[in-house]
Design a protein around this ligand. Structure first.
Ligand code: PLP
Length: 457
């Protein structure tokens, strides 16, 4: 309502609106950033103060096709007019949901069998853990239930998914992680324990850590391993050389299921349709969200592999209907947005563009900042890029007050019209722009990043 003054809205915001992932006290006191977003077009958003900002994080790396796509808006409108809602329980469905399931499987690895639709990445991962437990119960091994996740992994904010998430902020004072979750080493080469290690040696180290954890806990107590093909919120970290092949070998040996959390990497971000395709991962379950609809409407999915599906079917023959569903599972408006979105990803060639312009962005960022005395690491894959700031480059030493430096640089960048994300742990500038980014826009991101670092440090 444009009749409201900016001051009135800002006051209501502070008085009434509980913001997620926000410093509540600072926000209430008016000390934290407050931005009321009104519009978007391509890679730009606009706010009520009249700023136009290049969104180099695509919202929360989800607006993959960019803002303002009328094709998706029209598909949503058409669906809302025809049928805004019907449920998907006991065999009901809609044309949009069925079509989207078919389209998702066309884009997934060959051994994938079915798609269960949810609302968010978090609930899709909750579903996945329930599927894993159900599976092992049907197979008559009720002790095989623990889930291995990695430190620095991000899998959501629910009770189980917040536990899987390996970032302290998401555990602290929430009594997490839950007991069934165990964490292993982050595949984070820059933070390798010994500076002399090659990537291949570091991979061997991660594998040895995983083996040791499995030995300690007992393989017959461990049901699944969950991981993002590229660590996202934990710092935008591509895996070291040979990582996924080596990890999969260990999991196969111990009959541990693999969940590929493709919430960020699904549908093109790495320059491949999926992260699994990109790294040769053969998951039993895949988690998708964000890029499924480019966030035009909330929708997520659990893609279930053939091997699990057979057991789930058997489970219902033995126990009756599968007792798991949300009112909004496969919501028709989300599904209509998903169908229109995936068509657009194809017709605009966004998977290829993510590979080409993403490589360009990473190369330019490396050239501009790779040798800077306060930059420890510039890394990325596809349309994901990170600049990690350090107090001492030689010693790879963190700043004493983590987050402060990255926060100051991000604030400076906003003044210059570019949104980057200060990742939640450490001093890491994150970039994950819409997949439609142009080379000129990539240049602008790099220029503003380099200028801001120069001015702040
Ligand atoms: N998994 C990954 C890899 C994510 O990056 C996220 C969100 O950033 C989630 C799961 C949780 O998704 P949501 O925030 O939609 O619950």
């Amino acid at each position: 309502n444009k009749m409201l003054t900016n001051d009135q809205l800002a006051q209501w915001d502070r008085e009434s609106f509980f913001h997620p992932s926000t410093h509540l006290a600072q926000f209430a006191r008016g000390e934290a950033p407050q931005r009321i977003v009104t519009g978007g077009e391509g890679v730009f958003i606009e706010d009520r103060d009249g700023n136009r900002l290049l969104d180099a994080f695509a919202g929360l790396y989800c607006v993959n096709v960019g803002y303002g796509r009328t094709e998706i808006a029209e598909a949503i409108s058409k669906q809302a007019h025809e049928l805004a809602y019907y449920h998907a329980y006991v065999g009901h469905g809609t044309e949009a949901a069925i079509t989207l399931a078919h389209m998702v499987l066309e884009r997934a690895p060959a051994n994938m069998s079915k798609v269960y639709f949810g609302l968010s990445g978090s609930d899709a991962n909750e579903t996945n853990i329930k599927l894993v437990w159900y599976y092992n119960n049907i197979l008559g091994r009720p002790e095989k239930k623990k889930i291995i996740s990695r430190w620095r992994g991000y899998h959501g904010s629910g009770l189980m998914t917040g536990s899987l998430t390996g970032l302290g902020l998401f555990h602290k004072k929430f009594d997490l992680p839950l007991a069934q979750v165990i964490h292993t080493e982050a595949p984070y080469y820059f933070r390798r324990p010994d500076a002399e290690m090659t990537e291949a040696q570091f991979t061997a180290h991660c594998v040895a850590e995983l083996e040791a954890l499995i030995d300690r806990e007992g393989a017959d107590t461990i049901a699944a391993f969950i991981g993002e093909p590229v660590l996202g919120t934990g710092g935008l970290v591509p895996p070291p050389e040979g990582y996924w092949a080596a990890i999969q070998e260990v999991l196969k040996k111990h009959d541990i299921l693999l969940i590929a959390d493709e919430v960020v990497t699904g549908f093109g971000r790495l320059g491949s349709m999926t992260g699994s395709e990109h790294y040769g991962i053969e998951p039993d379950l895949m988690t998708i969200a964000k890029g499924l609809t480019s966030a035009y409407a909330p929708l997520s999915g659990s893609i279930v592999g053939e091997r699990m599906w057979k057991v789930l079917e058997r489970g219902t023959d033995e126990n009756g209907a599968f007792g798991h569903g949300w009112t909004y599972s496969a919501h028709p408006i989300g599904a209509a947005a998903g169908v229109a979105n995936l068509k657009l990803v194809d017709s605009l060639g966004l998977v290829d563009n993510a590979g080409v312009v993403g490589a360009y962005l990473n190369a330019q960022m490396t050239e501009a900042l790779g040798e800077h005395s306060r930059v420890g690491d510039v890394r990325g894959e596809g349309m994901m890029c990170a600049v990690e700031l350090v107090e001492d480059r030689q010693a790879r030493r963190h700043y004493e007050q983590p987050g402060k430096t990255a926060g100051a640089i991000v604030a400076k960048m906003v003044e210059k019209g570019v949104i980057a994300r200060a990742m939640p742990q450490g001093d890491i500038l994150g970039f994950a722009p819409p997949l439609c980014l142009s080379q000129a826009e990539a240049d602008r991101i790099v220029e503003v990043t380099a200028d801001s670092i120069r001015e702040v440090l």
